[in-house]
Ligand binder design. Structure first.
Ligand code: SF4
Length: 232
């Protein structure tokens, strides 16, 4: 399930090169979808704020798959409105992912963090590892890294305070390759530090064929132990 109270974005680091949201936006605009009529320009959608109230069964929701909630052009008041919706809908788990970890850190104290909000940062290569420090300082119960698309090695990560790491390769015609050794190294770091490890996919030109086996196994760990402790 995705929920997009904002749409549109700007590229900020190498992980954005083949942005999925930009590609999808082009398609949705071409299909005449009103929400995407301005293409990839950042837009606020007040009308989308009520959507989670209509979901009656518990859902896991990826917030802003078509944008970045912490983009500089999203007003603080609107980010607070989005958080209010998440606070008011505790049956749903909201996963928020950003590349603007510095803004997240700057406004963290102005947001209300309920246990159903999982906060993550994208870490695609070693040039952006400082995002992990910004995330560590934020008040979400669950903190996660999305190392996707992984385009370089991530050695000696500081995983203190991090609960979950997702790794995935880039997919598409021009996708950049992901070295198996990078993935295994991240998995070993997670094992050493007791961080849940989720391997999403190898990606590549034919992501279905490439699959998601690592060492002949799937890795689908979730940060559930911490959640169980929280709700106990
Ligand atoms: S931050 Fe995310 S949505 Fe924005 S351009 Fe980069 S990949 Fe796309």
């Amino acid at each position: 399930m995705t929920w997009n109270p904002t749409t549109g974005c700007d590229k900020i680091s190498a992980g954005c090169k083949f942005c999925y949201a930009e590609l999808m936006t082009k398609r949705l605009k071409a299909m005449g979808q009103e929400k995407y009529k301005d293409g990839f320009e950042l837009r606020i959608h007040n009308e989308s704020l009520m959507i989670p109230y209509s979901w009656k069964k518990p859902k896991t929701v990826f917030v802003n798959s078509m944008s970045d909630l912490f983009h500089k052009d999203v007003p603080l008041s609107f980010i607070q409105d989005v958080f209010k919706v998440m606070n008011n809908n505790p049956i749903h788990t909201f996963q928020v992912l950003t590349k603007r970890a510095d803004r997240l850190a700057n406004i963290n104290h102005l947001l209300t963090w309920t246990g159903n909000i999982w906060m993550g940062v994208s870490v695609e290569d070693s040039r952006v590892v400082e995002r992990i420090d910004f995330l560590r300082g934020c008040s979400s119960l669950i903190k996660f890294l999305s190392c996707e698309p992984l385009i370089g090695p991530l050695v000696n990560l500081d995983l203190r305070g991090i609960d979950w790491v997702i790794v995935g390769g880039e997919s598409g015609r021009k996708s950049r390759p992901m070295d198996e050794n990078w993935v295994i190294d991240i998995m070993n770091q997670c094992n050493k530090t007791n961080v849940a490890f989720f391997f999403k996919q190898w990606g590549g030109k034919n992501k279905k064929a490439a699959g998601r086996l690592l060492n002949g196994k799937t890795y689908d760990e979730m940060p559930t132990l911490k959640l169980a402790k929280f709700s106990a």
